[in-house]
Design a binder for this molecule. Sequence first.
Ligand SMILES: [Zn+2]
Length: 236
Amino acid sequence: MRVLVIGGMHGNEPLGVEVVTLFQKNPVVNIDVVFANEPAIEAGCRFVSRDLNRMFPGDAKSSNYEARQAAELLRQTKEYDVVLDFHNTYCPDNDCGFVGSNSDKTLLDVAWFLGLGRIIFADYDCINKFAPNCLSIEVSIGSQQNSASLWYEKIKILGRQNIIDTTIDIEKYRFVHRITLDEKKNLNLQSMDLKAFQPIASGIAKQLGVENPAYPIFVADKFTPYNYGGLLKKLN
Ligand SMILES: [Zn+2]
């Protein structure tokens, strides 16, 4: 299958930039790569003026760089069977894949093939919402999976597959809530030692207005200090 690898959707998250660089130095048939936000990568920051992964579907005629770049990236995704978009988080044990609600069913098989045990359906204005063939890959900074050479090898093998079909039922979640800094303060969440994919107390779920059980992700992530994390609902 033809694969596009996106690195640097958030310019300060290193894994994707390293994976793209590896493929540039050692090209592989069927695998193309692209840096999503080059000015942000060069500046070592998440974005220049707007978060690129909240700008989809983008606008080719916008005066805003990230709006134009979102449109351009979305155009490029249409030429591939699968698009892999890399991210990092400081939250431990947070490795997972993100897809849109209307994503290709085969993306779950691709995620499993790549060694991801959990998939999250997200419908905010991220690339996955508009590119049904795009799997975003979130890897914790401290994870064994935070290795560009490991992903280089896995993606190389993926490019040689015609079809992936598995009966393995990957864990599925839906993104339901972004925890604000106010909620963190008002509910004293810091004292509760929230951990990725470990359900929060039912009373706290109720106070946050989400269904119980709710599963946190991106807790206290240094890459996104303007919120305290996200909450998921488990689907299977
Ligand atoms: Zn990111």
